[in-house]
Design a protein around this ligand. Structure first.
Ligand SMILES: CC(C)(COP(=O)(O)OP(=O)(O)OC[C@H]1O[C@@H](n2cnc3c(N)ncnc32)[C@H](O)[C@@H]1OP(=O)(O)O)[C@@H](O)C(=O)NCCC(=O)NCCS
Length: 160
């Protein structure tokens, strides 16, 4: 799988499956964008488990990644991140669009995810794509003081 999508203000982005040799770059971005990052072992386990692990490259530099678990006609977006210096320029939205189109081709009907209520940028992105809140998972995430709930969101891929 490989595709090049472009928006006017961005260089072309190459979307490709992540490989073992990308894990260090993934973990470095992860540690720089999350207060509670996944470990490199979490990403390696995702690869070994057969999750759909996708990266986005600009001129050979990894700038974004996503981990999606699929089961039958459902998919769960476990992680999506854009390197800090590329955030706010449309990469996240382009990436999510790419993932959704790819999942539709696989006849996936529902895409689920969890997001922190405090993650306003991510929540705005999911809102724009039409995700709806399906539930609330109490004390789901670690937080600086105690725990933070997760909003459980879903997008019906057959609707639009
Ligand atoms: C969430 C994330 C993936 C979004 O990627 P991005 O490339 O920054 O997002 P985009 O530039 O494509 O913006 C997409 C939408 O997100 C929202 N958004 C993104 N950055 C924003 C900002 N600085 N201020 C307000 N809204 C913002 C907006 O709704 C935006 O749409 P718009 O430009 O039409 O207003 C990225 O910020 C990130 O990696 N964050 C850290 C990891 C993370 O929180 N992942 C999500 C876990 S659930």
């Amino acid at each position: 799988m490989s595709a090049v999508l472009a928006v006017p203000q961005l260089p072309p982005i190459q979307w490709q499956p992540l490989r073992e040799e990308d894990m260090a770059d993934v973990a470095a971005i992860e540690a720089s964008v999350y207060v509670f990052p996944w470990t490199i072992g979490n990403f390696r386990d995702s690869l070994l488990s057969g999750y759909q692990c996708t990266g986005g490259w600009i001129q050979g530099e990894l700038i974004a990644y996503a981990i999606v678990m699929t089961a039958l006609e459902e998919a769960h977006l476990l992680n999506i991140a854009v390197a800090s210096r590329w955030q706010g320029r449309g990469v996240g939205a382009l990436f999510l669009q790419h993932l959704i189109e790819d999942l539709r081709k696989q006849q996936i009907e529902m895409l689920y995810l969890e997001v922190r209520p405090s993650n306003t940028h991510a929540r705005q992105m999911y809102d724009r794509f039409g995700f709806r809140q399906l539930g609330l998972r109490r004390d789901y995430y670690p937080a600086v003081t105690g725990r933070e709930d997760a909003l459980f969101l879903g997008l019906n891929l057959g609707e639009n």
